[in-house]
Design a binder for this molecule. Sequence first.
Ligand SMILES: Cc1cc2nc3c(=O)[nH]c(=O)nc-3n(C[C@H](O)[C@H](O)[C@H](O)COP(=O)(O)OP(=O)(O)OC[C@H]3O[C@@H](n4cnc5c(N)ncnc54)[C@H](O)[C@@H]3O)c2cc1C
Length: 344
Amino acid sequence: MEMETYDVIIVGAGPAGLNCAKQLGGNNLRVLVAERNSVIGPKVCAGGLTGKGIGLLNLPDQLVAFKYDKIHLFHWDKLFHLQDDKNFICTIDRKELGQWQLGQLEKFPNITVKTDFAVSKITSEYVVVNGNKIGYRHLVGADGSSSLIRRYLKLTAQKTDIAIQYILPTTQYKELEIYFDSNLFAAWYAWIFPHKNYTSIGCMGNPRVISSKRLTKNFSTWLKKYGIDMNGAKYEAFPINGDHSQYRFEGNIYLAGDAGGFASGLTGEGIYQALVSGEEIGKMILDKNYHSEKIDELVRLQHRHHKILNALVVAGKFRPLLIEAGKYSLKSKSISKKLIETIA
Ligand SMILES: Cc1cc2nc3c(=O)[nH]c(=O)nc-3n(C[C@H](O)[C@H](O)[C@H](O)COP(=O)(O)OP(=O)(O)OC[C@H]3O[C@@H](n4cnc5c(N)ncnc54)[C@H](O)[C@@H]3O)c2cc1C
């Protein structure tokens, strides 16, 4: 029997995969988006989306839970702010985002999205789903931090953070809050991200600096310290891959989003990077000579984040002083603006 073949198979219907598919919509390429989950969208994530991502998506207002022109930062229990004169960050629900992105693909007859469709094996010519081979001309790995395609390409991921969060069924929190505590979270932080019907409270760190076990223990200490009521909370944990080296392989295999290690190891942000890399890889498939300046910019930005992170890691016991210095520098409007440009 002849093997079914697509021009493009995109593995994973997260922000990267769906934005890649959108870019390929309306062309004469047959595109398959294979998603292992039964519902598109839900993902372990705090749902913070920075201004660049909001602009890129042209996100409708009803999808935004809250918009902020200010982040409340805490160090040594003292509050300070990262503030702009316009909104630069918002929170969105990942299921709603995924469903909205999916809806945008409905008008394209050349795109097929299949759920409950887990790719279990990759070869240079086909993928395997439920024991069946499906051929491809181009393969896009948009399958997140534990990417099968990344493993097939034998890429490791050293700079992978672990992020843990509780989803609390409460709407009592109204501000976007970030807590630095060098003893508990080393160079990273804990967050409170309010949503319409729930709140994400979490923290992150790199296991090479702070083990997952210690991070989990320290997070409990922090939750107790702030008297956070964990009644009915749901615990979640997932890696964030910020170890980018390459995104195009053998001319016809690509890695987008977390599969490509595009996330920030410093802030944990990865939705924007997933959207951009997915879209740009779509353009490359349409035009083999296309060179993506936007991906170059993502990579430069990731290097800047790694440099800041490295400085915080090697500072060791002097880290709190570095954070305090940062806190004082944020009194300057121009430094605040520069930092917002770097992280948002
Ligand atoms: C606790 C936590 C909090 C976070 N908070 C934020 C935040 O506030 N802001 C932000 O920007 N980023 C945040 N991130 C990071 C963000 O979630 C990711 O960077 C982003 O989801 C990456 O998008 P993606 O499309 O590359 O991958 P994903 O969103 O992971 O999508 C990959 C898709 O591939 C599917 N898949 C995987 N394997 C297969 C397979 N074999 N076959 C078929 N389908 C498959 C998965 O089911 C999934 O739907 C957070 C991450 C964590 C863990």
